[in-house]
Ligand binder design. Structure first.
Ligand SMILES: Cc1cc2nc3c(=O)[nH]c(=O)nc-3n(C[C@H](O)[C@H](O)[C@H](O)COP(=O)(O)OP(=O)(O)OC[C@H]3O[C@@H](n4cnc5c(N)ncnc54)[C@H](O)[C@@H]3O)c2cc1C
Ligand SMILES: NC(=O)c1ccc[n+]([C@@H]2O[C@H](COP(=O)([O-])OP(=O)(O)OC[C@H]3O[C@@H](n4cnc5c(N)ncnc54)[C@H](OP(=O)(O)O)[C@@H]3O)[C@@H](O)[C@H]2O)c1
Ligand SMILES: Cc1cc2nc3c(=O)[nH]c(=O)nc-3n(C[C@H](O)[C@H](O)[C@H](O)COP(=O)(O)O)c2cc1C
Length: 538
């Protein structure tokens, strides 16, 4: 079974399924969203592969399965033997939370763990391969079958059919129609509105979905890196998809050349023969490794150890793949047929005396002229949708770029003539400079379609005013809306804002609902189960 949001766990699980079939096992691969189609009380072995999203939460397709497993109706699983592979990212506080939860819960329900759980960081290939070896080793002992041939390793590249139509594996080259600044001169932010054409792609999306975007690295950084490495850029190399190209083209379009991975550092530390770098890679030094990586990029290593050189093929062998970035879609197809709009904050900061540029956001803002194309695909978000009943009220909290999906929600509700009331909380530094889509929201508000509009301008006065402060001020009315069945949505920064808004929601429910802290927590939990509290945070 797989729990997967952006397809990594799904691809791995399908890969494992093919390999198990090649080994002679009957091993259907089941989407956790379809958990009711399997009777786990009758199954003998379960391999569960799941990523973690939000803050330690299940991916959308696994939410119902997880709620079911946690509930009193969960069956006893005494006949089942299981093993869990978790996918995650060590940058998150609750690393591989869903994998850990599944592992614990299967055991609580009486199932036996036949191979230990593995928690994979973003570079999942090696640990996933080790897990696969331990799982197949144990299966050979417990349930031997005839082995018809050799089996490829997990994570190993296979010739795979690219599915028909445009997808993550086969992104659509969408041309940029419009790009404009959403912040005035002097703003501390630089956020852009972008419109792409989907004409001829056959792609469609629902509001709430995200757009996957294939970025290209900054050519100036690539040239600097080529010099440091000691290559001309004309050398022939293979891309991660096994296509032959020049090193320069591969560094621009195929490989990640900024963040430092463990794999890269290990190789570099050996070449530099540097004790401290090697020491950082010890398992017990993980926190120090993470802290050391902050504000450093691959080029910093080459500048610090100029004697270290690489041949072209040696370099690409230790670089990771350049991953697509996700952006919340800020348009509705009903209002903008054949178009997709994004609201993107340009990432630029200084660290260790160098100016650093976010790869995808500066590609969009600085290096993609109007009319040029970028590879895109639609990343569906089953768990972030406006109410299916158009009469149900909705409360939307989206400061900064968090506004993106709510512009889309409002366009959609307007287009279908939804009668439900709409309440928007938006925030940014200055009203005069950072009021994204001001004309649109003010017009919605004036017409009464946007029933209520609360704006938190954080830097227009001495004290910070954030969306959660306005939520607290409006607590009594929000509580009334919630009791009338309103859905509550949050989008934007996960590191602080989403947590603070969650605290404010608990607080206002306790205060205005006259509840204890525990009861307010249960109320919020129930809202999540009823899909009335949905978040798109990053
Ligand atoms: C579901 C989802 C929806 C999203 N929607 C949107 C959206 O609508 N709009 C939007 O703008 N973004 C959105 N994002 C974020 C987006 O995907 C990218 O992460 C963001 O644009 C940065 O990508 P980048 O390639 O420009 O930066 P990268 O090259 O990936 O660099 C970002 C990294 O730089 C480092 N960094 C950044 N600032 C600093 C600093 N001040 N000091 C030190 N290090 C720093 C951090 O390590 C950070 O992870 C969304 C993300 C997800 C997962
Ligand atoms: N480093 C960069 O250059 C850069 C650039 C863009 C985005 N990002 C990251 O991308 C994400 C989204 O950025 P964004 O432009 O959409 O907006 P943002 O940084 O989330 O800011 C939007 C508004 O939210 C306010 N805010 C700050 N902390 C908050 C909190 N704890 N609770 C509620 N509101 C809070 C901000 O106020 P104040 O800013 O006045 O505190 C601002 O008014 C963030 O994680 C951000 O760190 C980084
Ligand atoms: C918005 C967002 C939230 C995430 N939250 C977590 C988290 O809380 N814990 C974690 O370990 N990994 C987290 N991750 C990392 C994913 O689990 C990881 O990228 C995984 O490989 C995705 O697999 P999938 O494509 O199968 O969904 C998060 C990733 C994103 C983009």
């Amino acid at each position: 079974m797989f729990g997967s949001q952006s397809g990594t766990a799904e691809e791995l699980a399908k890969n494992f399924g093919r390999k198990l079939a090649a080994l002679g096992y009957e091993a259907p691969v089941v989407d956790m969203a379809k958990f009711r189609e399997v009777d786990l009380t009758r199954e003998k072995y379960l391999l569960a592969v799941s990523s973690t999203w939000g803050e330690g939460e299940p991916p959308d397709n696994a939410v119902d399965f997880w709620n079911h497993l946690e509930s009193a109706e969960a069956p006893r699983l005494e006949n089942l033997s299981f093993s869990v592979l978790g996918l995650g990212d060590t940058d998150y506080k609750i690393f591989c939370g869903m994998g850990k939860n599944l592992d614990r819960r299967f055991e609580e329900l009486g199932a036996r763990r036949f191979a230990p759980r593995t928690d994979c960081p973003l570079e999942f290939e090696e640990p996933a391969q080790a897990w696969w070896s331990s799982v197949t080793g144990a299966l050979h002992q417990l349930a031997p079958v005839q082995v018809p041939g050799t089996v490829a390793a997990a994570g190993e590249k296979e010739e795979e059919e690219v599915p028909a139509g445009y997808s993550k594996k086969n992104p659509f080259p969408a041309s940029l129609l419009v790009q404009k600044r959403l912040c005035g001169p002097g703003s501390p932010k630089d956020t852009r509105h972008l419109e792409f054409s989907l004409a001829g792609s056959g792609l469609s999306y629902e509001v709430g979905d995200s757009l996957g975007l294939v970025p290209r690295n900054d050519p100036a950084l690539v040239e600097e890196l080529l010099q440091c490495v000691g290559c001309s850029g004309e050398e022939s190399v293979l891309t991660p998809e096994n296509r032959e190209t020049s090193l320069r083209a591969a560094l621009i379009g195929s490989y990640s050349i900024t963040g430092i991975s463990r794999k890269f550092l290990k190789d570099f530390a050996d070449r530099a023969k540097d004790f401290y770098l090697k020491h950082l890679l010890l398992p017990e030094m993980n926190k120090d490794f993470q802290a050391w990586c902050e504000g450093r990029e691959i080029v910093d290593l080459f500048l610090a150890f100029p004697q270290v050189k690489y041949a072209a093929e040696e370099l690409v062998a230790v670089l990771g793949k350049l991953n697509p970035r996700l952006y919340s879609i800020s348009s509705s197809l009903k209002k903008h047929p054949d178009q997709v709009h994004l609201t993107v904050a340009r990432v630029e900061y200084e660290s260790r005396g160098r100016r650093r540029l976010g790869v995808a956001s500066t590609f969009l803002a600085d290096r993609l002229p109007d009319g040029d194309t970028a590879g895109v695909f639609v990343q569906a978000a089953k768990g972030f949708k406006p109410p299916t009943d158009p009469a149900v009220p909705m409360i939307m909290v989206g400061p900064g770029t968090g506004i993106a999906p709510f512009r889309a929600f409002l366009e959609e509700r307007e287009a279908v003539g939804a009668t439900g009331r709409n309440w928007l909380f938006f925030g940014n530094p200055h009203r005069a400079l950072d009021y994204f889509y001001e004309d649109e929201f003010e017009a919605y508000h004036a017409s009464g379609f946007l029933t209520r509009l609360d704006l938190a301008w954080s830097r227009d006065q001495g004290e910070k005013v954030y969306v959660q402060h306005l939520l607290a001020r409006q607590g009594r009315d929000i509580w009334a809306w919630l009791e009338e069945g309103a859905h509550f949505y949050v989008c934007g920064d996960a590191s602080k804002m989403a947590k603070d808004v969650d605290d404010a929601l608990h607080e206002l429910i306790a205060t205005h609902g006259g509840m204890s802290t525990d009861d307010a927590a249960n109320y919020v939990k129930q809202m999540k189960k009823d899909k009335r509290y949905q978040r798109d945070v990053y």
